[in-house]
Design a protein around this ligand. Structure first.
Ligand code: SAM
Ligand code: SF4
Length: 497
């Protein structure tokens, strides 16, 4: 791998700058205030729902998502009531109960809810939406669920409401690594939760893992993978560790970089993962970073997000939820109090959005499909009337020269080498308009100096674009060096379970 050339082509993304170029294109930082009414007119007939539950038992050191740790019962109930108001407002705006094909309950910790709260949440969804009888319903579980006295009751409440797909954050099967991440569970909890689902006939399970974490070695990573393959895991979602400037783990990194795998080990870890799962254990890539057993059940939610979002729009419900409706991406407000107040006042909690132009849609399609089944000539021709090989000719030539992409029939696909740099490859298809808006926003933030870290767009933007410009980590490093102890980081609350 000629990393120097890959870096020169702005495709290699260094660890501290790394982020997945995910489904939100253009990313949050380019978005603008948007009148909610603009969004609803073109919504597709069938919908996917994403429901965000922002509560957790502990503060995992790598996590920058919107959440509250160990909230009071009142706070949870008030949040749920706000979401019910949002469901009602959405259904009214959409002119009645639309058909729902997939639902995803994520977090935070979706399994933080009691059985009674789960039942009520489903009842409210059914009141305002027409959930298809064969809908794919995914529920995120935290492995500490198995240690709750009411674990069985919670699982039964989900099953009784049609949950048929499960995702849980595992991150590692090494207890020292898990403790350093402040995960609040052990490797045994993961195996027990897998067994609890299997006892109930539930085989559609995806496990999240992270490589690049403190204390992890090539060997311990290999063991994490092989233990979970041996446990019969049908699917994995595997990501390299991503840093945001306010995360405890970023302070850990600046203080003790030597306990983290270095840049080349991170690449090797991705390679090990491909080797163990794709070559040895009979998995295939869904999109890059999502692995599933070759004969396993495909995820409709994944397919919708990566290949079919114009026909299956996504409604994001809850604080910080992301959605795509009638050609417009949007984010709900990211602060919980703000979200609750808006819903209680019967106001839309939509914060910012972006109505995609035809060019944005072409670029979005290229970014998403290159990491899935490839950029397809016939699909692009049919949807947008263009030949992608001509449209992106210059970028494709550079990527081919680096052996990161290749033509397979009528599609441009990532090579195995390209898969190791899928996000960097994707950034080559980002539009100038988006990059310019990022630069403009970054210029404003630079004037703010270190206060810019508190800017909500900076805080909640999850993309690799132009992260280096602000170089907050330099600022943090200086602070870390000028103090004996770690600078004040958000408190690490140990699990109450
Ligand atoms: C939105 S999080 C919610 C997961 C769930 N709350 C849990 O912890 O079990 C989904 C997954 O994203 C991944 N993730 C979150 N933060 C990450 C980070 N900083 N770097 C890499 N992966 C991350 C983790 O694998 C995590 O399980
Ligand atoms: S359980 Fe941990 S990783 Fe999951 S949302 Fe909560 S703090 Fe983040």
């Amino acid at each position: 791998m000629d990393l120097e050339q890959i870096e020169k082509a702005h495709v290699y993304i260094k660890p501290l700058d790394y982020y997945v170029l995910g489904s939100v294109y253009p990313p949050l930082k380019a978005m603008q205030p948007i009148a909610p009414d603009e969004m609803y007119a073109g919504a597709s007939d069938d919908l996917s729902l994403y429901v965000h539950i922002p509560f957790c038992d502990q503060y995992c050191s790598f996590c920058h998502f919107a959440k509250v740790i160990n909230p009071s019962e009142d706070r949870v109930e008030r949040y749920l009531r706000a979401m019910y108001l949002e469901l009602e407002m959405l259904s009214q705006r959409l002119g009645g109960a639309r058909r729902v094909r997939t639902i995803y309950f994520g977090g935070g910790t979706a399994s933080y809810l009691t059985a009674a709260q789960v039942r009520e949440l489903f009842a409210r969804i059914h009141r305002h939406f027409d959930v298809a009888p064969d809908a794919e319903i995914t529920y995120e579980l935290h492995p500490n669920l198995v240690r709750r006295p009411d674990c069985d009751e919670r699982l039964e409440s989900m099953l009784a409401n049609g949950v048929n797909r499960w995702v849980f954050g595992v991150q590692s099967m090494d207890n020292r690594e898990l403790a350093k991440l402040n995960r609040g569970h052990t490797d045994q909890d993961v195996l027990d939760l897998l067994a609890a689902l299997r006892e109930r006939g539930q085989e559609n399970v995806s496990l999240d893992l992270i490589f690049g974490i403190p204390y992890q070695t090539l060997e311990s990573w290999h063991q994490t993978l092989t233990k979970l393959v041996a446990a019969g895991t049908p699917k994995f979602n595997i990501f390299p560790l991503m840093f945001k400037s306010g995360d405890p783990i970023t302070y850990h990194y600046l203080k003790e970089p030597e306990i983290f795998p270095d840049a080349s080990d991170r690449i090797l870890m991705h390679f090990i993962c491909d080797h163990v799962l794709l070559d040895e254990a009979g998995y295939r890539y869904g999109p890059v970073f999502y692995y599933s057993k070759k004969n396993g059940i495909a995820s409709q939610q994944q397919a919708g997000k990566f290949e079919n979002i114009d026909n299956l729009n996504l409604l994001g419900i809850g604080v910080s939820a992301f959605g795509y409706l009638g050609g417009t991406h949007y984010y709900n407000v990211c602060e919980i109090e703000d979200y609750v107040r808006k819903c209680e006042a019967r106001e839309s909690p939509v914060w910012v959005g972006w109505a995609l132009s035809e060019e944005d849609k072409i670029r979005r399609n290229a970014i998403m499909s290159i990491r899935a089944s490839g950029i397809s000539r016939p699909v692009m021709k049919e949807r947008f009337g263009i030949d992608p090989f001509e449209y992106f000719a210059d970028d494709i030539a550079i990527l081919k020269e680096l052996a990161l992409v290749e033509e397979q029939g009528d599609a441009l696909v990532l090579t195995r080498l390209g898969a190791l740099h899928a996000d960097g490859v994707g950034t080559r298809f980002v539009g100038k308009n988006v990059l310019e808006l990022f630069e403009q926003k970054n210029a404003e933030l630079l004037l703010e100096g270190s206060h810019a870290r508190k800017d909500l767009m900076e805080r909640y933007d999850y993309s690799p674009l132009r992260r280096r410009v602000l170089d907050f980590t330099k600022d943090l490093r200086e602070k870390a060096q000028s103090r004996k102890h770690l600078p004040v980081a958000p408190p690490l609350v140990t699990s109450k379970v």
